[in-house]
Design a protein around this ligand. Structure first.
Ligand code: UDP
Ligand code: MG
Length: 316
C-alpha cells in the first residue's frame, strides 16, 4: 500500500443487469467528471448481474484504472446494499451516488458538488420533470406524503438516487449495520445541514426498471419500519378506540334490552362488524410481522452482502 491520495469526489454506482446502457454511461460519465477539473474516483458495484455487465465493468476498469474501481458481489443483494458496499470503499471528501441507467444525468454532478461546497453535508435532489409512467408518478407522490408524515424524514423526492453525501455522513453510515435500509433516509438522519436541489431526469437509456410494484411496496415498508415506530403506536391507539366504542355499544344494547325486552336483530350487521375487526386484527398482525421479520433478519446477523472480488489498480 503506497501513496493513496484522497480524491475530492467519489461516485458510487450500483449496477444490476445494465449491459445495454453501460457504454453510454461511460461515454457521458467520464467526460462529465473530467470537466469538473477535480480529482475523482468511480466505484461500480456489480450487484450479481446475470448479463455481461460484470465483463463490461472489468473492461472499463482496465481502460481507466487510475479512477475506476469495481466491486463484484457474488449475488443480488439489492441496490442499497450495493451502495453501502460502495460507500465502504470510498475515499473522497464528497460522495455522490448515481443510477447506472442514466435516468440521472451525470452532467448534474457538478451542480451537486457546487452545492456541497456551500457548506451542506447532504444534498438531496428533486426531479425536474419525471419521465416515469403516470402510475409510477402518482404512486410515489402518495407514498411520499404518507412516509414523510410517519418517518419525519423530509425528502421531497425519495426516488431519485442522484445525491451527494459528506464524508462525515458516509462514515456514520459505514458504522451502521442495518440489513433493511434506505440510504438517502439514513443519510438524512445523520446529516446536520441537509438541502435539496432540482435536477434533470431522463427516460431509462436502455433495459427495464428493476423495481416491480411488489419491490416498491417492500421498499416503502423498509422505510417506514426502519425509521419509525409510529405504525405500532397507531395500532395501540386503534385498539383503545375500538375497545371504547364496543364498550359503549355494549352499554347501549343492555339499556335497549332492559327497556324493550330481547330482540333478535342485526345478526348480519354483527357479521359485518366482526369481519371488519378481523381485518383490522390481521392487518396489525401483519404489521407486527413486518417488524419482527426484520428483527429476525437483523438478529441472525448473516453477512449483508458477499464481495467476490474487487478490481482495483489504484493501490499500486
Ligand atoms: N439495481 C441494483 N440492484 C437491484 C436493482 C437495481 O444494483 O437489485 C441498480 C440498477 O442497476 C440501477 C439502480 O439500481 O443502477 C436503479 O435501478 P432501476 O433503474 O431499475 O430503478 P428505478 O429507476 O426504476 O427506480
Ligand atoms: Mg432507474
Amino acid at each position: 500500500m503506497s501513496t493513496v491520495s484522497t480524491p475530492a469526489l467519489s461516485v458510487v454506482i450500483p449496477v444490476y443487469n445494465e449491459q445495454e446502457g453501460l457504454s453510454v454511461l461511460f461515454a457521458r460519465l467520464y467526460p462529465a467528471l473530467d470537466a469538473l477539473g477535480q480529482s475523482y474516483e468511480i466505484i461500480f458495484v456489480n450487484d450479481g448481474s446475470k448479463d455481461r455487465s460484470a465483463a463490461l465493468l472489468a473492461r472499463q476498469q482496465k481502460a481507466r484504472p487510475d479512477v475506476t474501481r469495481v466491486i463484484l458481489f457474488n449475488g443480488n443483494y439489492g441496490q442499497h446494499m450495493a451502495i453501502l458496499a460502495g460507500f465502504e470503499h470510498t475515499r473522497g471528501e464528497i460522495v455522490v451516488t448515481l443510477d447506472a441507467d442514466l435516468q440521472n444525468p451525470p452532467e448534474e454532478i457538478g451542480n451537486l458538488v457546487a452545492k456541497m461546497r456551500e457548506g451542506y453535508d447532504y444534498v438531496g435532489t428533486i426531479r425536474r420533470q419525471r419521465q416515469d409512467s403516470w402510475f409510477r408518478r402518482h404512486a410515489s407522490r402518495m407514498m411520499n406524503g404518507l412516509r414523510e408524515r410517519i418517518t419525519h424524514v423530509r425528502m421531497t423526492d425519495q426516488g431519485c438516487m442522484l445525491r451527494a453525501y459528506g464524508r462525515e455522513v458516509v462514515n456514520t453510515i459505514n458504522r451502521c449495520n442495518e440489513v433493511n435500509t434506505f440510504v438517502p433516509a439514513l443519510a438524512y438522519t445523520f446529516s446536520l445541514h441537509p438541502t435539496e436541489i432540482e435536477v434533470g431526469h431522463e427516460e431509462r437509456a436502455a433495459g427495464e426498471s428493476k423495481y416491480s410494484l411488489f419491490k416498491l411496496i417492500r421498499l416503502n415498508f423498509d422505510l417506514v419500519t426502519g425509521f419509525s415506530l409510529m405504525p405500532l403506536q397507531f395500532m395501540s391507539f386503534l385498539g383503545i378506540a375500538l375497545a371504547l366504542a364496543s364498550g359503549g355499544l355494549f352499554v347501549l344494547l343492555m339499556i335497549e334490552r332492559l327497556l324493550f325486552g330481547s330482540q333478535v336483530q342485526g345478526v348480519f350487521t354483527l357479521f359485518a362488524i366482526t369481519f371488519c375487526l378481523l381485518g383490522v386484527l390481521l392487518f396489525s398482525m401483519g404489521l407486527l410481522g413486518e417488524y419482527i421479520g426484520r428483527i429476525y433478519e437483523q438478529v441472525r446477523g448473516r453477512p449483508r452482502y458477499v464481495v467476490q472480488a474487487v478490481l482495483d489498480d489504484t493501490l499500486r
